[in-house]
Write a protein that binds this ligand. Structure first.
Ligand SMILES: [Zn+2]
Length: 414
């Protein structure tokens, strides 16, 4: 599909990595690049509505593979619903064929575009096959899938994991699977640090680093992650992740203590929070306020497709309110700090042409919001309204690198 060129006049644009709202006389793009942002003045309120342009959103933790099973794990625990080999999700995924699975993936990626998301980091099950399947959905929809694949089967027995024998590397068959996976995926992910031996983590770190691939892991989703790691190795799962595996992103941190938050920040690691998924599983809410106070770089994700709609608009609203409740004061957090978790905070993790920000010369990856509608046109705080009041229906268009992934019938560009 060819890229387009176009422009909007007399609009509001959230500019730069700080997402500063400016009234602009013109916002223009050509091909895949922003070519003009003609600033008039900073703006924080609207008197009579405007189109508002924000960076395309990043959903930094998904499992879209199980989007074929909306709300299928209702009534199940985390272990019953989501853990290999016999969890509901894995049993049901095994029943799908490529032909029956792919339409679900594409439908949910289109819903992402409909709700302002241009890219997602997916923790893809089913080994190399699973990665290839998501690639096909990404190509069909234009939503960028950054694929972090995991093993199809479990490489070690329970007894081997508990023994955690020094030098116990991946079995040859799984080493070969990892090589095949990294040939089609952007990186590697696993469920928990308790799923592999220490030696295998070091082996995977070396192999992925050599191929310049991303590494991701879930830590501290519940206390069981830490407890099992302590019982097996004498150390918690977060410190083992950082020291053995050196991940680019660490997902959940739901039950992180002050010491664990300090460790995350000292190690300069990015955390990905998923408060709606945690709440939906009856788990504690992540310590958003403590993580922000500590200066952690944070991203947001919607987690399993079967657990949540992949709408970052819903995640932003929920996270902001959780954080406000935890800060327990009128001023914190600034809603911009929450919006950054879906935009410019992606830069240190992905680099390249992933900015999550709008400026002349950057990729034309943006979302147009209709703030001319009655419930938005008189906002007294633009960023707070973006974070808490915008619904999917208020998204007029989502562009990634100049290509319209979604466009409302009523939306036209100059
Ligand atoms: Zn996950």
């Amino acid at each position: 599909m060819p890229s387009t060129s176009g422009q909007l006049t007399d609009c509001v644009v959230l500019l730069g990595p700080e997402l500063a709202p400016f009234r602009c006389s013109r916002f223009a793009w050509s091909g895949d690049t922003i070519t003009a942002v003609d600033r008039v003045a900073p703006v924080s309120t609207l008197e009579d509505g405007a189109l508002v342009v924000i960076p395309g959103l990043y959903n930094s933790h998904t499992h879209m593979g199980d989007s074929a099973l909306p709300d299928g794990a209702t009534g199940l625990t985390l272990e019953q619903g989501f853990f290999r080999p016999h969890g509901y999700k894995y049993r049901e995924l095994a029943k799908l064929t490529r032909e029956t699975h792919l339409p679900h993936l594409a439908a949910h990626l289109r819903y992402m575009a409909r709700t302002g998301t241009v890219a997602h980091l997916d923790f893809r099950e089913q080994g190399p096959y699973g990665a290839e399947l998501l690639h096909a959905a990404s190509a069909a929809t234009g939503v960028e899938s950054v694929i972090l694949g995991q093993f199809n089967g479990v490489p070690f027995s329970e007894a081997e994991l508990r023994a955690n024998r020094p030098g116990h590397l991946l079995p040859a068959e799984h080493r070969a699977e990892l090589e095949a996976l990294l040939a089609v995926a952007d990186g590697f992910s696993e469920s928990t640090m308790n799923d592999l031996t220490d030696a295998a983590w070091v082996e995977i770190r070396a192999l992925t680093a050599g191929k310049k691939k991303l590494r991701a892991i879930h830590c501290l989703e519940n206390a069981g992650y830490r407890d099992l790691s302590l019982a097996t190795t004498g150390r918690g799962d977060l410190i083992r992740a950082i020291e053995l595996y050196d991940p680019d992103i660490i997902v959940h941190l739901t039950v992180a203590t002050a010491a664990e938050i300090a460790l995350l920040v000292r190690a300069n690691k990015t955390g990905v929070l998923n408060p709606r998924a945690n709440a939906n599983l009856g788990l504690p809410l992540p310590p958003v306020a403590d993580l922000l106070r500590a200066g952690a770089n944070l991203l947001l994700g919607t987690d399993n497709g079967l657990l949540n709609s992949p709408s970052m608009l819903a995640e932003l609203d929920f996270t902001y309110k959780v954080a406000k409740s935890q800060f327990a004061d009128a001023l914190a957090p600034d809603p911009t700090a929450i919006l950054k978790m879906a935009t410019s905070n992606i830069r240190p993790v992905l680099g390249g042409d992933h900015h999550g920000a709008l400026e002349v010369g950057l990729p034309a990856s943006f979302v147009v919001l209709d703030f001319t509608r009655g419930h938005l046109r008189h906002t007294r705080h633009l960023t707070a309204s973006i974070v808490t009041r915008v619904t999917p229906d208020d998204v007029l268009a989502t562009y990634r690198r100049g290509r319209a992934l979604y466009r409302d019938e009523a939306f036209t560009v100059g």
